[in-house]
Design a protein around this ligand. Sequence first.
Ligand SMILES: [Zn+2]
Length: 436
Amino acid sequence: MKQKLFVLSMDAMVHEDVAYMMTKPNFRKIMEKRAEVEKVLSVFPAITYPAHTTMMTGCYPGKHGIYNNVPFKDYDDKKKHWYLDSKVIRVEDIFAAAKRAGCTTASVYWPITGNNPNVDYIINEYFFFYRDESPEQAFTKMGADEVAMKAVRDNYEFLPPRVHPEGKSKLGFDPFIMACTCSLIRDAKPDVLLVHNCALDSARHTDGVFGKSVFEALDRTDAWLGDVLAAMTDAGTYEDTNFVILSDHGQMDYEKRIRPNVLLAKGGFLDVAPDGTVYDWQAFAQNNAMSASVYLRDPNNKKLYDKVYAYLQKLVDEKKWGLTKVYTTEEAKEKYGTYGPFSFMLATDGKTSVSEAWTEDAIEILGADEQKPLCGTHGYEPELGPQPVFLAHGPAFKHGAVLENAKLVDIAPTLAAVLGETMPEADGRVLTELLK
Ligand SMILES: [Zn+2]
């Protein structure tokens, strides 16, 4: 039988979780003789969509074109506009390489795979904030065919009741994601299957990086791995499957929240109308969770550029905002391969979360009372904090091979090598040390 590739992204899983997971039966069964990168360097900003796009393309954010979870907007319509359709990605992805290798392909909740022409069975992301469409409409619009829709319909009971009358999940969308994954394994036996699960990321956001609910989410992860193993056993594919568990970024606990747009308004670069809407702006900060990208109305206006640069430098020098560095786009490109239509990136100390709001106070100290417990988030420079993982087991991987460090851009070329393919556009390298 042809070797298969199963990739599970446990969003925000970190190296420190592995020891706990090794006490769990299903994880231990799969990963006891693993090949591993202990610490994988994420991208800047270390945030979900740029990181997942890097994991599937092997390219840095400037090149693949996704440098935030959402496109830039300078208004607040109370809606989330997360990237969904794959056409926004500028380079080739692992699914294209899989097709060259003659593989059947599938994706479940992997970011930005909507209508990807190289994915045979697509179940794209659908969350609470897309509720103006039914799940059926949303999945179909983003490319689900009859096989994928059967998996969706067979598992409505695992959706939250808020989005479907049959739904019973009290744990968000992750039980549905994993149930659909198992259905696809049994019904379609795809050669390449990429899955994205948010349970750990959600737990860290609400309860801190190593809060109690994180361990509950790790326990659930092991139960889901048991379900996947059972599905592969039913499909007769387990022995021939290369099993990869990886993650996109870590998280760090934050103590304060800053609002750079309030500071830009104080500096005279952003005008707020009496009704609280933005009247006009010369500089506007897009929130990357623990960093920000600063856009200029006219990036070619040298006078404006110099004034904003000097103002942002002054904020860093004041040392009270949690800001540690102003990157020019050229510096961010040189160090992290990150560039785009913005002119600057603001880095924080890893204890400061950023809000895009332009009203309220410029800074808010959190964690001082029980109403505002410590929470985790990401989006900082990738060297900071607990690091994401790459764990693999299967016929293509060397038992016990360990690399201390590698980069997120190395993942796609390595997965392509497992399929006997290359990724010519990738910035990363094949991690040959892990492969047989
Ligand atoms: Zn993430």
